[in-house]
Write a protein that binds this ligand. Sequence first.
Ligand code: FAD
Length: 692
Amino acid sequence: AQLDTLDLVVLVALLVGSIAYFTKGTYWAVPKDPYASSANLNGAAKSGKTRDIVEKMDETGKNCVIFYGSQTGTAEDYASRLAKEGSQRFGLKAMVADIEDYDYENLDKFPEDKIAFFVLATYGEGEPTDNAVEFYQFLTGEDIAFESGATADDSPLSSLKYVAFGLGNNTYEHYNSMVRHVDAALAKLGAQRIGAAGEGDDGAGTMEEDFLAWKEPMWAALSDAMDLQEREAVYEPVFSVEEDEMTTPEDDSVYLGEPTAAHRAGQPKGPYSAHNPYIAPIGESRELFTVKDRNCLHMEIDIAGSNLSYQTGDHIAIWPTNAGAEVDRFLQVFGLEDKRNSVINVKGIDVTAKVPIPTPTTYDVAVRYYMEVCAPVSRQFVSSLAAFAPDEASKTEIVRLGNDKDYFHEKITNQCYNIAQALQSITSKPFTAVPFSLLIEGLNKLQPRYYSISSSSLVQKDKISITAVVESVRLPGASHMVKGVTTNYLLALKQKQNGDPSPDPHGLTYSITGPRNKYDGIHVPVHVRHSNFKLPSDPSKPIIMVGPGTGVAPFRGFIQERAALAAKGEKVGTTLLFFGCRKSDEDFIYQDEFKTYQEQMGDSLKIITAFSREGAQKVYVQHRLKENAPLVSELLKQKANFYVCGDAANMAREVNLVLGHIIAEQRGMPAERGEEMVKHMRSSGSYQEDVW
Ligand code: FAD
């Protein structure tokens, strides 16, 4: 029978809708990474390294730019996914751009028939991400002026059409403030937003679903505004992945896990940064907990001779390596086991598509060192694999998972599967047809993890301490333990360093000696990130610190510093710490050290503890804070700085509330005044948070 027109329309709509799910992927952005492939460097040279986005789009024939402001890679990933979907479903000529790589003074020249997307994460206390600071300052500055001479009064951005999505976390006070402020600033300058400004909430754990729900109406609005025709989307690779049978992994040109070309050549050199880590020796490592079933690591990272420096309160980033067991699983699931050591060349097919991993490399190395293969999986990405399923039954199951949010949550999200585990739960057959390019596009780059430095730069300027609790959790409903990538790698390094007979915790088998054995003798790649979490410059000022669990990390540094100053005869103000853990004889970390500091500092150091599992009732730091309201209030009157570090979701929020109550109650004010005082303390820098 012939299909009538209505049937056809419905069929096409269904096809396009479901194919949209199969098209998740990435247009990778301009890397600042020094290991960009030679193909890309040539590409960049050909098209000229301009900072003028209008010129760049003209040169490369683009009509859509997707700017991202990203700190941990999620915004960058969303930007790439939007670019890919825009080009495959709607024929947009899309490019992704790191917002820091372009100038903003000529945005008033942005052509009317093109579109700019802003995918912007909010970081910390409502701040822009590092790469978006300049853009934010420009757009929200007092006397904004464009190259053409146009000012804010001229509606200078009236030709700019834009789409906006923000990534935020509602447990922070300034929820999604970056996208809100940028959206308001663009509107004020006359730019025209297409669709609603989306907001994803990491705090509620709904980021991915918020994104999926936002983008469909956005695409509809954009199709109207730009007169786009939706079309049948098929997977178009962004990268070519070619196996090179002539080259062996031992060849000097092949990346075996090194972060940059200089590292590969065995001559890494500074300045070390977020794009060029220092391979640091671990001087010493030890266990801080006394219980067997949980681990908390103390490590001393030696930065002598690296020219790296830090200040008390800064963060250090650790570049991890995936566990061997998970690398094996991934390679097995995608049928790559037999050729894991084959050399591959990855190239961008489009000039603006930059390869996110160092190349040439091998499948094994790409998965072990460069790709985030253990993270939770997105519904859209799983859907994109349906077209490559090994049989009809698994294809049907994947399509169902892709289309049914609740089913996906039950079967995948709640089970805490990573991508390989998710596919193993569907079928035991390998997914040999999945193009490796799709995996590179669909998974994030392996991200460094940050740690609050737990030493004082005054006391040990060449040795950075970290205090890290090893993530090994069985989440409710899940059938297996989730093992954190970085902390279990660090645990393995500690075991090895201390001569433990079984250096690989839980059979995870790490490549401890690193690429070409360059990490032998226990080294780990690191970089330092400066933070605003700082002691008062005048040590005689009192301080109040609330840091349960590993939240005590930076406060160990603070106390170490104040004890050293006291020992030098300086006047040091009251140093009050609220610390909490489960039991005094299990996880009261640095207990002995604190006793020594107490001897050095006398009464000026006060440590108030809350042990949640010792009494009939659970006691947390916020309860102790409340019990000590008069002392807290007195210290605040003496202009104490107040610091909170650790769990952002619950503890930091509660402490904030309790402090408001304390101020109100102790000063006889209405509750709202107490809250306002805390807000004021935040904006003036006397209330500082370091939370995650
Ligand atoms: P990851 O692999 O990143 O996993 C983290 C968590 O995600 C897991 O525990 C699990 O709950 C969840 N997860 C992972 N995979 C899945 C999955 N497939 N399905 C479902 N859930 C999953 N930590 C400290 O211990 N000490 C510090 O001093 C410290 N300071 C920090 C400072 C800052 C500024 C920031 C941002 C974070 C800080 N952290 C600190 C946290 C630290 O950066 C890491 O997030 C933490 O150590 C876990 O890293 P990981 O690689 O071991 O775990």
